[in-house]
Design a protein around this ligand. Sequence first.
Ligand code: ADP
Length: 421
Amino acid sequence: MFENAKFVIDSREAFDGCVFVALKGEKTDGHLYVRQALEKGASLAVVERDVDVPKEKLYLVKDTRYFLQQMAAQKLAMYDPQIVGITGSNGKTTTKEMIHHCLGKELAFRNPGNLNTEIGLPLSILNDYHGQPYAILEMAMNKPGDISTLCRIARPHVSVLLNVGTAHRGVAGGDEQILRGKLEIVENMREDGIAIVHSDPRILEKIKEKKFLAFGFYSGDYKLVSYKYEEFSTIAHYETPEGKKKVRFSAILNLGQLVNVAAVLAVFDVLGLDVDLSKFETFIPVDGRFKVIKVDDVYAVDDTYNASLESFRIAVETLKKLGKRAYAVVGSIKEQGIYSEQTHRQLGRILEQLDGVLVYNIDHEIDAMECSKIILKSDEPKAIVEQLRNLLEPKDAVLFKASRAVGMEKVLELFLGGKKA
Ligand code: ADP
């Protein structure tokens, strides 16, 4: 009865003929919006309890969340694609997009970046997967157990663990919990599955019994051995069990992203896909994830989508390689909980390597940061941009980076003022 149905969980997004699934969230309960969804055209509402609407419009189940997950799992089982599950603290979206770009949308399905949770993943499979032979799935973790749930929906043939860092450490409950939670992607792959993991000793030690390939910078089975930037392109060299490989991008990719390309090469080999490496040349970095824009002969780096200590470290390292001088406009790293002060003190030490730091301070979490390179602290995008304009010279690089909630894109947009080259 649900064949070809489109599922909606927000009644405001309901449309003619869709199926509304009432989920109980932390803030509200979808059962309160069943009537509204039906009024907007939903043909049916999947519910856990009775609601005061015509009975023929209700489909009663024990657990609506589980229903959604089971439906998605069944759909995958029907088409039986090769499933690549990707998790890690940094780089999931870009890595997934890169694989998808190289394979093309006829061959590969991928879930959009924010549809990577126990609700988002099944929704995207149900609404957008149409039987491609490869499913490249980003799997996000907030707490241990999340990845196991996602793997029950889509059990990977290939499990990619990009890295284990400190992102969301406040929510996850600490660094040990993050490691444990992320390893679930390896523990829950198929019997005959293969893992592709960052060659981090903490990870390797825990997966000795599993079938795996490791990747890294100068380490592992698939390794990045050198990289350089030429004007606006990147050339990277890899050593793999299948021989040496050269990959060129018509964009600037940072060191972390280039290391993740080693994982991408491993995925292709494991799947037995002979991918033309020139496909990487046309890959366009995802907005907000270390996307370098050249404006007035200055490298402006849009890294406004999120932030963690590891991605800051990588960004700063790359920035120094890229520009004559390196500056950054920074804001808080969120979801650090009791670790917030420690995280921002560590951030200050990372930023010492720069020529100057401007702090976009709207939430004061970053007040704990000490750094001798701070030039200005302000909650006014205009003040920051004016200072930048006085400061920057041709060939300088400037990074814009903070956690999503900070809204750093406001500062970047003002700085760019409609100019992009
Ligand atoms: P995710 O989906 O995991 O948040 P994104 O592709 O959106 O990953 O990238 C988030 C940030 O992580 C970007 O700033 C990116 O440059 C950075 N990044 C990517 N790979 C790595 C890595 N291996 N180590 C550190 N930072 C990385």
